[in-house]
Design a protein around this ligand. Structure first.
Ligand code: NAD
Ligand code: GLY
Length: 359
């Protein structure tokens, strides 16, 4: 097992990465204020891992209340969130009761938001079970739900007490979901680490076949970069926005196509290709750089081209981005491979050219 830390003063917390962590009550007990937890999961993950986690906790004397939600990005909404509150109130969960998120990013984001709101804030632990959630969504404290008009528009910054990424859980993940997680892994190379990017180019086959050493390295390096950025700028006053490379385009794809049609990671993959092309048109990347980025996105099993939405629809959905300031769109682009830049200066004709380019 490897452990690193998100440094946020008295709200700092560990990220544990390794095989078999669902059996490790010793990693959870120090973070429980009370020997009572509600495990929030969904109908897909519950049959796979709920019993094992419940056994681990009950053997350590912890009372476990399972909350099993419907699965899917389309369920990341008020109605499903309310099911968590209904269950917590019915079970008489208290302020010291810990919520445990067992699942992918949808479960993690909703459970974190529920934890932020229930009785004005209860502790929570992330046990991410998708690659995407292990490298990204479980770390950094962004929690929330979607609105029909915009992705992740309702939420809170609320940090977990600990993150346990059990790499064994990836063995049951469908290949399409593994690829979606690789999008965020590639993102870290593109925004902050050209050496890691080169390593990903050389090791993509190992990652896609779940080679244990390669997967552990990719998760560790991704979490390390994310933890650094979050430690520098927890509430996204500035630099944290670089973690959104490809997301302005990607969120527009997700909202425009209907939540769940494109996976979040697929939309981010295509979005990163559009961000690279925009960076080329602004004179920062070469055609060779863009080809390299697109080849890596494709090698991960992701789309490197976006669907046709129409310029006005693109602009409308991108206009709901959380990076918009005074009504002006801001983009995360690349100065070079391995270095991101945040800019509001993308001329409309450049954007129109990128969005209209042949796919
Ligand atoms: P997801 O949570 O929908 O999980 C993908 C699918 O895999 C689901 O059907 C899920 O039930 C299933 N699943 C989960 N673990 C499994 C396992 N071990 N074996 C088999 N199936 C399993 O999607 P995701 O890609 O994990 O997360 C995407 C969500 O994360 C989006 O809503 C996105 O907005 C959010 N996100 C949040 C942040 C953040 O910082 N909070 C960052 C990135 C993405
Ligand atoms: N996924 C973007 C962030 O956590 O800031």
């Amino acid at each position: 097992m490897q452990t690193l830390s998100v440094e946020l003063g008295d709200r700092s917390y560990p990220i544990h990465i390794g095989a078999g962590l669902l059996d490790r009550a010793d990693l959870m007990l120090p973070h429980l204020a009370q020997k009572r937890v509600a495990v929030v999961t969904n109908t897909t993950v519950a049959p796979l891992y709920l019993q094992r986690l419940t056994q681990t906790l009950t053997a350590a004397g912890v009372a476990v209340h399972p909350i099993v939600l419907p699965d899917g990005e389309a369920c990341k909404n008020w109605e499903t969130l309310n099911l968590i509150f209904d269950a917590l109130l019915t079970w008489r969960a208290e302020r010291k009761t810990t919520l445990i998120a067992l699942g992918g990013g949808v479960i993690g984001d909703m459970t974190g938001f529920a934890a932020a709101c229930y009785q004005r804030g209860v502790p929570f632990i992330q046990i991410p079970t998708t690659l995407l959630s292990q490298v990204d969504s479980s770390v950094g404290g962004k929690t929330g739900i979607n609105h029909p008009l915009g992705k992740n528009m309702i939420g809170a910054f609320y940090q977990p007490k600990a993150v346990l990424a059990d790499t064994d859980t990836l063995k049951t993940l469908p290949p399409r979901e593994l690829s979606a997680g690789l999008a965020e892994v590639i993102k870290y190379g593109l925004i902050r680490d050209a050496d890691f990017l080169a390593w990903l180019e050389a090791n993509m086959d190992r990652l896609r076949s779940l080679d244990a050493l390669a997967i552990a390295h990719a998760i560790y390096r991704s979490c390390e970069i994310k933890a650094q950025v979050v430690g520098e700028d927890e509430r996204e006053g500035g630099i944290r926005a670089i973690l959104n490379l490809g997301h302005t385009f990607g969120h527009a794809i997700e909202t425009g196509m209907g939540y769940g049609t494109w996976l979040h990671g697929e939309a981010v993959g295509a979005g990163m290709a559009l961000a690279a092309e925009t960076s080329r048109r602004l004179g920062w990347l070469s055609a060779g750089d863009v080809a390299r980025a697109r080849a890596l996105i494709r090698a991960a099993g992701l789309p490197d081209a976006a669907p046709e939405l129409g310029l006005e629809t693109w602009l409308d959905y991108m206009g709901h981005d959380k990076k918009v300031e005074s009504g002006k769109l801001r983009f995360v682009l690349l100065k070079r491979l391995g270095e991101a830049v945040i800019t509001g200066e993308v001329p409309r004709d450049v954007l129109a050219g990128v969005l209209a380019a042949p796919r």
